[in-house]
Design a protein around this ligand. Structure first.
Ligand SMILES: *Cc1c(COP(=O)(O)O)cnc(C)c1O
Length: 455
């Protein structure tokens, strides 16, 4: 007696599929309730994954160019201050981490928003009379990136929009689009040290605007907003009743001649989620420790947003417990000289780089005031060989083995971004190669006009 019947279904518009049916009673078991539906493999990536797009990767991968084999590669593109070893974290930071590990007390699960003692430590570190913070105003996250993701997820529904700086950090758009949130770009003004074009900003607000992202100090600009400019931004948010998502990961990373103001200290009414973390100021981006500081003195967010953040934090636990165990010591034991030393290196590199690039015909760097970057305008009319910043930076790699990110990565064509965390000798060598490159390709007014006529 046959115990199995093997049946070949050869009809329909797709390949035949083998169906196996038990046949021990004379009745075949029904092949399925839906008539005519034959199971077949069709595993597709989700809509969300397809809407997730990292422009930096896409542009950099498309730049497939080989560096000049005669020159060692110098990369001024990575926003990771640890790659060259010239900016180590402080010994107290690593000691705190070792102690937390050796204590054996941080191997378990922590509460989804972080240990109470760590939330208290962060609140105590950032609280001030103008913007008081308590432990319940702090949510610990896996890096500042997760802080931004949770803040966006709690403030915006699919179909709403957020206001994002141009040029700006590409993560905002990547996260928003993958969540179905629309992005509206507001302009920063290079001739005004990258201040926000406030009229443009305000013109973009509509009834679907869920929040305004303010990144200060800025990646990629290296700019730092003055107190009065921050007050103007707050006035727009207040007038339009739009909450602020402040990306303050470079908070306090400003050069000696200017002052950093946390935006929340300048407002009594605008509700603000301030995102920060250890990555940049403590020079440990791989440790993935970040936080959201909830500033809501008028109770506008209320329990609605707080509970929303707590619920979202419960999806996947964010910050590593060992880093949480070290956090209080990191915040309290890191000596002030460490921060000063980091900033004096960055300031000195910024000055060198700015001076060297300013002297190059066809380039126009914008002097930074903080963070780890500087933006350089390419006067494209003087480089008629190149269509745009992507082509310019591509050729810079193939001829001079110097890699700078084209600012198209930040939605800002005809600029490139220089990272100033690399060792001084590398900055100087890179700038002299950029000079050689520009001198080679620069066309004065006449040359440029000739080419225009040829077109
Ligand atoms: C580096 C960076 C972040 C991300 O910080 P992580 O803690 O590494 O997630 C967020 N915002 C800006 C502007 C950054 O440059």
């Amino acid at each position: 007696m046959d115990s199995y019947l093997i049946q070949v279904n050869g009809h329909g518009d797709h390949a035949p599929v083998l169906d196996v049916h038990l046949k021990n009673t004379g009745n075949t078991i029904s092949p399925g309730k839906v008539k005519g539906r034959k199971p077949r493999w069709a595993v597709r990536a989700s809509e969300m994954s397809k809407k997730t797009f990292n422009p930096v990767r896409a542009i950099v991968d498309s730049m497939k160019v080989e560096p000049n084999p005669k020159k060692a590669m110098i990369s001024l593109s990575l926003g990771d201050p640890t790659v060259f070893g010239n900016l180590p974290t402080n010994d107290e930071v690593t000691r705190a981490m070792k102690e937390a590990l050796d204590s054996g007390q941080y191997n378990g699960y922590a509460p989804s928003v972080g240990y109470q003692s760590c939330r208290e430590a962060v609140a105590a570190y950032y609280t001030c009379p103008e913007a008081p913070l308590k432990a319940q105003d702090v949510i610990l996250t896996s890096g500042c990136s997760q802080a931004i993701e949770l803040a966006l997820a709690v403030l915006a529904n699919p179909g709403q929009n957020i206001l994002v700086p141009r040029p700006g950090f590409s993560l905002y758009k990547t996260l928003a689009l993958s969540m179905g949130i629309e992005v509206k770009l507001y302009n920063l003004l290079p001739e005004k040290a990258w201040e926000i074009d406030l009229e443009h900003l305000e013109s973009l607000v509509d009834e679907k605007t869920a929040c305004l992202i303010v990144n200060n100090p800025s990646n990629p600009c290296g700019s730092v907003f003055s107190k009065s400019h921050l007050q103007e931004i707050l006035a727009v948010a207040s007038r339009q009743c739009v909450p602020i998502l402040a990306d303050e990961i470079y908070g306090d990373m400003v050069f000696a001649d200017c002052k950093y103001e946390p935006i929340a200290t300048l407002s009594t009414n605008v509700p603000i989620l301030s995102c920060g973390g250890l990555a940049k100021r403590w020079l440990v981006p791989g440790w993935r420790m970040g936080w959201i500081l909830i500033h809501d003195r008028r109770d506008i967010f209320g329990n609605e947003i707080r509970d929303g953040l707590i619920r979202l934090s419960q999806r996947i636990l964010g910050p590593c417990t060992i880093v949480q165990g070290a956090l209080e010591h990191i915040l309290h034991r890191t000596p002030p000289e460490f921060y000063h030393n980091t900033l004096s290196i960055l300031k000195s590199n910024a000055d060198l780089c700015y001076a060297a690039l300013s002297a190059i015909p066809g380039l126009h760097p914008v002097r930074p005031a903080g963070a780890m970057y500087l933006m350089v305008e390419i006067e494209m009319e003087h480089f008629p060989e190149f269509e745009n910043d992507v082509e310019f930076t591509e050729r810079l790699i193939s001829e001079q083995s110097v890699f700078c990110l084209p600012a198209t990565c930040f939605e800002y064509p005809n600029f490139f971004r220089v990272v100033i965390t690399v060792p001084e000798e590398m900055i100087l060598e890179a700038c002299s190669r950029i000079q050689e490159f520009c001198e080679m390709h620069y066309q004065g007014a006449e040359g440029a006009q000739d080419l225009e006529c040829d077109k």
